[in-house]
Each structure stands twice: as C-alpha cells, then as structure tokens.
Design a protein around this ligand. Structure first.
Ligand SMILES: [Zn+2]
Length: 273
C-alpha cells in the first residue's frame, strides 16, 4: 500500500537526520490514522508544531521513568512498548505503528512511565515537543477524543497480548505478530529478523526459525535477507490466533466512535476509515 504522491515519496526518501516541518506537508499524504481522523483545522495545528523525523532501529523514544520530552505520531515503522520481569529480558507488551502514537503520559498529565518504548523497525514519525503537545491537546477537542479512544485501545491491546502470550502456542503468536506488524507497516514486507521476533515474543530463536521455515515451505511467507514477505495474508490469518483481529477491530470501533461524537465540522480525508 505505498503512497503515490511525489511529496510523500520525497519526504520519506530522507535518510538524513534532517526533520521536515509539518506546516509544508500535504494532508493527503498523512498515514498516521489518528492524525487522519482529525478535522482539518486541528490536523493543521498539530502539523504546524510537528517535524517529521527518522526512526532508527533500537532508538529509544521513551526511557523508563524519565520525563517524556516528545510525542510521536508514527507514520511508518514500528515501536514496541517493552516490559521486563527479572531475570528475563524485556519483551513486547504493545506494538505501535501508524495506528497509534507515543506519549500517553503527556496526554494524561502524568509525565512519565516505567515502560521503555523502542523503535524495532525503522520508519518516520511526526514529533511534537511535550509542552506544546500538552497545550494542543487541551485546545483541540477532537484530538482529545481521538487520543482517549486510542489510549483505551492500547489498554485493550496490552491486556489481550498478555493473555495471548500466556495461552496461545508459539506458532500462533508468531503468525499474530506478523499480522500486526504487516498491518502497522502498511506493507507485505516486514523488515524483521528471526532474532527480533524472538526477542519481542520472549521465545527462543530456533523456534521462530522453525515456524518461519514451515510457513515458507507452505508458500505463506517468503524470507528475504532479514525480511519476511507475506505472500498469503489469508492463510497467515488461518495460522494465527484471533488476538490480532480482536485488537484491530476494537481500535477501529473506538476511533470511529470518537470521530462520530466529535464536532459537526469534521471532514474526513479521502480514504479515511
Ligand atoms: Zn493470541
């Protein structure tokens, strides 16, 4: 599902660390679902404060227990909310991509969180300084509703992933992770190594290799140099547990519900949910 416009292509071709200011960015090119859900005036206010920054693998967006300096609306790539229980290594309790944002404690006025949020798959995000974002949220009613709806979605995602990790088989969870990553990337190609998937799911790498090898043998995926290419998404869904479907259905319901209850001036972007 690649974007087609030249402006988007140029912006996302940036490999350098130079940010792009949001005020000059065409609204139709926005991929983040929360920004897309906003009425034009609120979206423009948000973008005027934002800069488009690259996200690099293993970049820490939020450090545990430190005050959060920026909110991020992810356009491409994936970040993980990580939690650890000694002596195990941190594992993923929530996956954030173009459906979401990073910076919940800013919205709630709590400032920080014990969870670290780290980029797993490179991409780009709109970044807004915390103080300016706080003011923006207080002055934009639809943004507030959309963010609250998203926060509820995140709570549900974390709860369902906890149950998933405890109850479903490793192959089911690996397929579930691939479906969620594909959805949040907006692409059939997921640049994830076996090691990354193993770390995120808190499982051993040989198990991931065996499962991916089996899926490849059946033609459901193709493994290409550190990436997983999903060739048969429907077949992958049949191999996964239903957790990804339940999480995404709830996100969509919550976002639609927040938009319906917003101001009458709301006008969706073409292709909006
Ligand atoms: Zn599951």
């Amino acid at each position: 599902m690649p974007p087609s416009s030249l402006a988007y292509t140029e912006a996302f071709a940036l490999d350098a660390d130079e940010p792009l200011e949001g005020g000059n960015y065409a609204a139709r090119d926005i991929r983040n679902e929360l920004l897309r859900a906003l009425p034009r005036n609120e979206r423009e206010r948000a973008l005027a404060l934002a800069e488009l920054v690259p996200l690099k693998p293993r970049q820490v967006l939020v450090e545990a227990n430190l005050f959060i300096r920026h909110a991020y609306f992810i356009e491409t790539g994936i970040a993980s909310v990580l939690a650890s229980a000694e002596p195990r290594k941190p594992m993923e309790v929530c996956l954030v991509g173009r459906r979401g944002f990073v910076g919940i404690p800013i919205v709630l006025g709590t400032g920080r969180s014990p969870m670290r949020i780290m980029v797993q798959i490179k991409g780009h995000a709109w970044r807004i300084p915390a103080a300016e974002f706080e003011t923006l949220v207080s002055e934009c009613p639809t943004l507030r509703k959309v963010l609250y709806a998203h926060i509820q979605g995140r709570l549900i995602q974390e709860a369902l992933l906890n149950v998933c990790n405890a109850c479903h088989t490793m192959p089911e969870r690996i397929c579930r992770w691939l479906l969620m990553a594909r959805d949040r990337m907006g692409s059939d190609t997921i640049p994830a190594t076996h090691d990354l998937i193993a770390r995120m799911l808190g499982v051993r790498r040989p198990g991931v290799t065996a499962t991916l090898g089996n899926l490849e043998k059946r033609g459901i995926i193709q493994l290409v140099r550190g990436s997983v290419n999903v060739r048969q998404p429907k077949a992958l869904e049949r191999c996964a547990c239903r957790c990804s479907h339940r999480i995404d259905a709830e996100y969509e319901r919550l976002l639609k519900s927040s938009i319906r209850s917003s101001s009458p001036g709301y006008r969706a972007l073409p292709g909006d949910i």
